[in-house]
Design a binder for this molecule. Sequence first.
Ligand code: CP
Length: 319
Amino acid sequence: MEQRRSDGSLRHLITLEGLRRAEIEALLDHSQRYVCLPGATPPTNRALAGKSIGNLFTEPSTRTRVSFELAGRRLGAEVLNLEVQLSSRAKGESMLDTIHTLESLHFDAFVIRDSEPGVVAHVAAHVAPHVSVLSAGEAHLSHPTQGLLDALTVRQHKGGDFSRLCVAIVGDIRHSRVARSAYEVFTALGVGELRLIAPSGLMPASGEFPVGKRHFTPETGLRDADVVMMLRLQKERMAAAEIPDGEDYFARFGLTQPRLRLARPDAIVMHPQPMNRGIEIASDVADGPQSVIRDQVRNGVAVRMAVLEAVARARPRPS
Ligand code: CP
């Protein structure tokens, strides 16, 4: 699915694959202008005044849904969260019929999270030319705005020269859309070293993540890392027999203070959330001085404001 217009501008955001480094850096620069420190009044403007945005999430979400909603509202748009289970989707209406109904009601953009690969691109291929579609998480494949907010968070703490950084992604990489989008954005930004740390059953298939160096224990993989990105066990994408025992998993892969001490002393700890404390991360690490997890959440609104504005820019008027 082509996510650009014929003039090369971004019309949809379905994946970070194919975004150029300069484009990503411009989005991060724009996002940074919207970052709001705790206690400050969030920046607002009227860039999307008169526009309507529909959030359609068929999987649960707290952060992505709320921050897309806040992002749209802070840009002056009208935002509607369609309660999918209360909509006519529950009576068998197809996603496209739902979308076309909302288009008739003058929606200009749709933010979609879906567990099925390809749904977001399918919708994007069938909407009217003036409508944009943004992925809020597609199956295990892609979570582009999460990738951008992760890159923004790293840049805030470690500076813009990613070639100096060693990033370790730890946990259930096989089922993680967060890891795939992190891979896209960090490699596009020229990361110095990328490590994948997981038990063999949670490592992605060979051929995926070609630049990543694979480690099967945190003891080898975390050594001297600058960024430690922890992932949740995504049980919803595992067969019952594949789900690791939580206690055993924490003993072998959980991020504890002793394991964190293997990384550089100034390493930052990230987690996209929701997190399972005591399974992939110890509470004293998640809440400790090296954790930037709350910054990630804060950056989510800023990134989503920048992305909504980027796709709205140069949008042709409906005929
Ligand atoms: N990081 C993330 O996607 O969180 P939510 O599932 O709460 O949106």
